[in-house]
Design a protein around this ligand. Structure first.
Ligand code: FE2
Length: 257
């Protein structure tokens, strides 16, 4: 089963809205064109937060891009989202916000790590209980998704705005050995590691990226990206980040009109 992860599109209500020099709507559409052409068969889209850039009208734009998707669009909120507006505007199929989704022996559990007033994330006691319950009733293999990174990325500024209570998170995950992977956004860079037998995956944004390993906030010149995940029946995961060529600025501005 293939899942297509895209993350951190940071949309605005205005199609011309730009963040760190990237017109976010045009850049997302450009990444999607590549993804749909290269991965025509997928079971669901997974969007790991920051759907919008502090702009609730960005959800209308998100809906205009994904509203006709024949496949489920599974979403979690990020720190730049507005969860109430997100739930209101994306309340119907194909959208699903948090909860869990199962198919072909796999369960995808989506967590809400949004912490009001903070850039970093936190899982409430209720959300941790929900994770524990969902995994207890899970099929053979599970993949857990959230916006904030639950392990250090080796980047001082980013590691101050990760998942604040990651120890609580790992306590639940460690109790369920059928969790094969934890997948996140937020860090606008690629990461592929392991914690015990659990694969740890972060995916670059469909817009601008951050410089890996940097002590201070720094924008990378790398292009937009997305991540296909192939989830096998025996629990194996095959995945790699696909980088898309950056749109020339002129073209990105024209696409936004
Ligand atoms: Fe982001």
């Amino acid at each position: 089963m293939k899942i297509l992860q895209i993350t951190d599109p940071h949309l605005y209500g205005n199609a011309a809205g730009a963040l760190r020099g990237v017109v976010t709507d045009a850049s997302l559409r450009h990444a999607l064109d590549d993804a749909y052409a290269r991965v025509p068969e997928f079971a669901a889209l997974l969007v790991t937060g920051d759907l919008v850039q502090d702009d609730a009208s960005g959800y209308l734009r998100f809906r205009s891009i994904f509203g006709n998707s024949p496949k489920p669009v599974l979403c979690v909120p990020g720190n730049h989202d507005e969860p109430e507006a997100m739930r209101r505007e994306l309340s119907q199929a194909p959208f699903q916000i948090c909860g869990s989704w199962s198919s072909q022996g796999w369960q995808i559990v989506m967590l809400d790590s949004y912490d009001p007033g903070h850039v970093g994330g936190r899982l409430t006691g209720g959300e941790l209980e929900r994770l524990d319950r969902a995994l207890a009733g899970s099929p053979r293999h599970a993949m857990v998704c959230l916006h904030h990174h639950p392990v250090a990325m080796g980047s001082r500024w980013l590691d101050n705005i990760g998942l604040a209570n990651s120890e609580d998170f790992w306590r639940v995950i460690d109790a369920h050995p059928h969790v094969r992977a934890v997948v996140w956004g937020h860090v606008h860079q690629e990461y592929d590691g392991k914690r015990g037998k659990v694969r740890l995956l972060a995916t670059p944004s469909t817009g601008a990226q951050f410089v890996p390993g940097s002590d201070r906030f720094a924008v990378d010149s790398r292009p937009p990206a997305y991540r296909p995940l192939e989830l096998h029946a025996d629990g194996r995961i095959e995945t790699e980040v696909r980088w898309v060529e950056s749109l020339p600025l002129r073209q990105s501005a024209a696409a936004a009109r």
